[in-house]
Design a protein around this ligand. Structure first.
Ligand SMILES: [Cu+2]
Length: 289
């Protein structure tokens, strides 16, 4: 079985196979604009949180090399076997049916690969759900098909609003189609924001790629996660659970601003959204698609 196995993949080729995707994708990732997809973008979007950097490093430095190595190894093995053991080169096939050594290897190798993935994976998962000390909590509720936000009273809030996708004819300069919303949710830069996420009707999923935030919104359950955005700007996300006919049209937009601007927005919003429990939903759904 192993007679012709030499030099099947040399050490140098192996290193290249592992390094190539890392170099390629790292380069593309840094070329991205934060917060939204870019034309011709490839790789993961740029990120502005610690958890975001951890998840991307996990994918780029560990998962991608493993995926590439396995795919190339299997391809190489297939090519080698079809060349070395076809009817012409190997007219008398071996009657071998079992090989204890090989069976141990192909059982142990996947186990070891999974363990190598699991250890850093669980560490990042724990970092995502263990919420650091935070002064700001926002409750986010998924609805068919928009998001609602509530800012608590004791943190200068005491109001709630709905966030609906902006119809195309209302987009202002630079606002991305299918991502821009009527009411952006504001948060202060460099502060830990705790998110409480739930849903009213079916399961939705609150995902902001630039924050490394991904949390299911489940009716009757209050899921928690957090982020600390390090750069001002507007960051977009999309519902990531197939939740009905307008699943693709319920984006979210979070605007990260300085503490001063955030306080000013709080004061403004308190007046703007004070009138009703769901002040924006009725007005906006009339003009919705
Ligand atoms: Cu949804």
């Amino acid at each position: 079985m192993s007679t012709g196995n030499r030099n099947y993949l040399s050490g140098r080729a192996l290193a290249a196979a592992v390094a190539l995707p890392v170099v390629l994708f790292a380069g593309f990732a840094y070329a991205q604009v934060e917060g939204q997809p870019t034309p011709g973008g490839i790789g993961l979007p740029a990120t502005v949180t610690e958890v975001g950097r951890e998840t991307q490093a996990f994918y780029n430095a560990l998962l991608l090399p493993i995926i590439t190595f396995i795919a190339l190894s299997v391809l190489g093995l297939l090519l080698y076997v079809s060349w070395r053991y076809n009817e012409q080169s190997n007219p008398v096939p071996s009657k071998l049916t079992h090989h204890t050594g090989l069976e141990i290897v192909w059982t142990l190798a996947p186990i070891l690969i999974l363990v190598a993935i699991a250890i850093p994976s669980f560490r990042i998962l724990a970092h995502q759900v263990e919420i650091p000390e935070s002064k700001l909590t926002i409750k986010v509720t998924g609805n068919q098909w928009y998001w609602s936000y509530k800012y608590p009273e004791d943190q200068g809030g005491g109001f709630g609003f709905d966030q609906l996708m902006k119809p195309e004819n209302e987009l202002k300069d630079g606002e991305p189609r299918l991502l821009a919303v009527d009411n952006e949710a504001y948060v202060p830069v460099n502060e830990v924001v705790k998110l409480q996420i739930t849903a009213n009707d079916v399961i939705h999923s609150f995902v902001i790629p630039a924050f490394g935030v991904r949390m299911d919104a489940v009716p009757g359950r209050l899921n928690e996660t957090w982020f600390k955005a390090e750069k001002e700007g507007v960051y977009y996300g999309q519902c990531s659970k197939i939740c009905g006919k307008d699943h693709a049209f319920m984006p979210m937009a979070i605007r990260v601003v300085s503490r001063d601007k955030y306080d000013a927005w709080l004061a403004d919003s308190k007046k703007k959204f004070a009138a009703a429990e769901s002040p924006t939903r009725l007005a906006s759904s009339e003009q919705a698609r």
